[in-house]
Design a protein around this ligand. Sequence first.
Ligand code: PLP
Length: 370
Amino acid sequence: MKLPLLDLKAQYETIREEIQEAVLRVCSSQRFILGPEVEELEKEVAAHTRARFAIGVSSGTDALLASLMALEIGPGDEVITSAYSFFATAGVIARLGARPVFVDIEPHTFNMDAAAVAERMGPRTRAIMPVHLFGRCMDLDPLLELAETAGVAVVDDAAQSFGATDARGRVAGTVGAAGCFSFYPSKNLGAFGDGGMVITDDEELAGRIRMLRVHGEAPKYHHRLVGGNFRLDSLQAAVLRVKLKHVGKWSEARRENARRYRELLAEAGSAERIVLPQDCPGHVYNQFVIRSPERDRLRSFLAEHGVATEIYYPLPLHLQECFQTLNYRRGDFPRSEEASQNSLALPIYPELTVAQQQYVCAKIQRFCQG
Ligand SMILES: *Cc1c(COP(=O)(O)O)cnc(C)c1O
């Protein structure tokens, strides 16, 4: 059996006609940049996430970048974020000349440790950027309190958590000042290319991000701010509007697959040799990340049997070469470093069949017994 980590072709088969119709609609209109498709998508995402405003942008990275730009974060400022995330989270902070201040993750959720954030708050702190990693919402209440006391903003990196909810039922991205989504094809709501979105309830912030998206212009050819080209394509928006109708059902299927992994791995008696990700209500399982002290051997074993897996992430952010000047050292964030050594993402995509999951679990069982 050959099993990819993600099977986008299987998903496409289920929506082929709807997508083709949407793409042809854009072809007929010959409106490619922003335009009515993007406006409709923004309204639909705002309704879906229960946010007041949604601004379509060119990628998840640009959603984060534009949000920080709108908050006027720059040289001399510090932004506190997780040491264990995709590079973009920290990259956008550094690109604005600000300093990423990293904190370690909690032992069981892969999300940032709020107590560690409290320790890093200082006079230069301008924002806190929590990451809802792998589809699991971080509990933001302790951060909101810290942020409010210090008068700084919380910008959510919800790139991997479209549609996730926290313990109080609040939608990922709506709890802080702004929430950022990525529509990279491997995310729960994925485009046919790059795309992203910022959601916010703050009208002024929404206006600034909208302006920054088109080089800060208002009106045309008159520039109030130095922005960028952060525009979303009409073609991507048309595809995303189709997929938005299905994303709830797909995330439910991911949850069901997570439940089945727990059941099958417990039956196989393998649950003792590997650590399964902690479940919680509202988790949308962009990734199902297990942990094993023999991660690399397990990964090779699964690959030999046709099962693709991935390591998210093999090197924590504080140890990246480009951040050497920040003077972090190995040992600074032991939980992030440990996660980078023992975490392994298994296929969890919605179209995964029961037989395929049984196969993966049988191979894991064999590895654990070997
Ligand atoms: C994917 C991702 C991003 C960046 O999104 P792009 O659309 O690839 O620019 C940022 N942060 C996290 C946590 C991500 O997973």
